[in-house]
Design a protein around this ligand. Structure first.
Ligand code: ATP
Ligand code: MG
Length: 399
């Protein structure tokens, strides 16, 4: 096999000054976890890049797996050789012949090892001439080459790469804290979770479940969605919240125009309590402005008032078709469209207020005593830990 390494470029990480080390360690950890089924590979990180020594492993499945890891800007297959002119020339020729994507090339040398006897410009010519002499159809094009060969001369060794494969971008999951994602079985909230992970945030999911109004299949759907998200976030805790009693109380005691607003406030209140317990500093929802009655500016204002935690809404400005496109890309769409009821739809009033007034919301809410219900809820949460490898039909309940 020609290529013996994969080279990983960090992208945005390089902007992070002092925190850089933390980001790189987190990325290393995430790469290691993702690739743990390949025990013979060796991962090594440096300040500006990471390398994976393949040790005979096929590169394609490893590259595929790495493409879902946030914090990676691009990847390349690489040949590692000693800092020896002849060996570098030979490897560059092999890489060019292997590339097969055109007839023009360009060499770009970076010489980090200043003890290497030839300057980078001159070395471009040395290698370029060698390639021209030893191939038939190639010419040099420094502006629009079909193949760009990179020769990276470092102190330990030289890496030769040709193709760049686009990575997932973003920041390594776990490098930007944790959020409690309110995960329904719908299309939007898994996409919101995915976008938070892309910014380096680890997820814990909170799902409100109202048996017998909502079925086991509805809960399983949420577990399947969370399991799909572990592909990007490795392990995800899912807190399944027993919501029936409080929902019934709201349904019976609060005027119907306001019951949905109060129910949403209760969801945030319980989620905040879970977040507090789990050392989480924000909540995330899949709300998008104007989509339904609870997602008007007035509703968001009235609902949000119940918590001092930041409520992050990564989809707030997105159109539904954009959200659907992402959900198809990340493979949650086919799960989201399974026809199961959500606790919100079961109790949804015929005509929820689209412009609820905060003082009225608080007035009605004060008529019911929710503290006991919330305590009861907190004592009966079922917590499930999902990992990339877990079988979603056979999950472990932690508590
Ligand atoms: P989604 O597609 O995410 O269900 P939606 O467009 O159906 O969103 P709503 O049902 O109004 O909108 O829900 C808005 C947000 O409230 C959801 O994105 C989710 O974050 C949260 N949410 C709704 N129902 C639940 C639930 N049963 N458990 C946890 N969170 C929920
Ligand atoms: Mg929904």
């Amino acid at each position: 096999m020609l290529y013996d390494h994969i080279l990983i470029r960090y992208g945005e990480l390089s902007l992070k000054g002092k925190n850089r080390k933390i980001f790189i360690y987190q990325l290393h950890e995430n790469v290691r976890t993702k690739l743990k089924q390949y025990p013979t590979i060796k991962i090594h990180h440096a300040r500006d890049r990471m390398t994976i020594m393949l040790n005979g492993q096929e590169p394609d499945p490893i590259i595929d797996a790495c493409r879902s890891i946030f914090g990676i800007q691009s990847l390349s297959l690489a040949i590692k050789v000693e800092n020896d002119q002849e060996k570098i020339k030979e490897a560059a020729l092999a890489a060019l012949k292997d590339n097969k994507s055109g007839t023009t090339f360009k060499i770009t040398t970076r010489r980090a090892d200043k003890t290497f006897p030839i300057g980078s410009q001159e070395f471009n010519h040395v290698v370029g001439s060698h390639l021209l002499r030893n191939t038939e159809n190639y010419t040099v094009d420094v502006h629009y080459p079909d193949v760009e060969l990179h020769i990276d001369i470092r102190t330990q060794a030289t890496y030769i790469t040709s193709k760049r494969i686009k990575g997932a971008g973003g920041l390594p999951v776990g490098s930007a804290g944790k959020t409690a994602l309110l995960l329904s079985g719908g299309i939007d909230s898994p996409v919101a979770g995915y976008l938070m992970m892309r910014r380096g945030v680890k997820l814990e999911a909170v799902h409100f479940h109202s048996p017998p109004y909502t079925s086991e299949a509805a809960k399983q759907k949420v577990i399947d969605l969370a399991k799909q998200l572990t592909y990007y976030g490795n392990h995800i805790k899912v807190h399944v919240v027993p919501f029936t009693a409080l929902q019934q109380k709201i349904h019976q005691k609060i005027p119907h125009g306001y019951s949905m607003t109060v129910m949403r406030r209760m969801m945030l209140k319980v989620s905040e309590k879970i977040a507090e317990k789990e050392n989480i500093l924000s909540l995330t929802t899949g709300e998008s402005l104007g989509q339904v009655a609870s997602q008007t500016m007035q509703s968001m204002h009235a609902i949000n008032e119940v918590t001092a935690y930041p409520v992050l809404r990564p989809l707030v400005s997105m159109d539904k078709d954009e959200i659907i496109r992402i959900s198809k890309d990340i493979d949650t769409y086919h799960i989201s469209i399974r026809p199961h009821e959500d606790c919100c739809t079961v109790f949804v009033p015929k005509a929820p207020k689209t412009k609820p007034k905060l003082d009225k919301v608080k007035y009605f809410e004060n008529l019911i005593d929710v503290e006991e219900d919330i305590e009861e809820i907190m004592n009966n949460i079922e917590t499930i830990m999902l990992t990339q490898d877990s079988d979603p039909d056979d999950f472990d309940t932690l508590f």
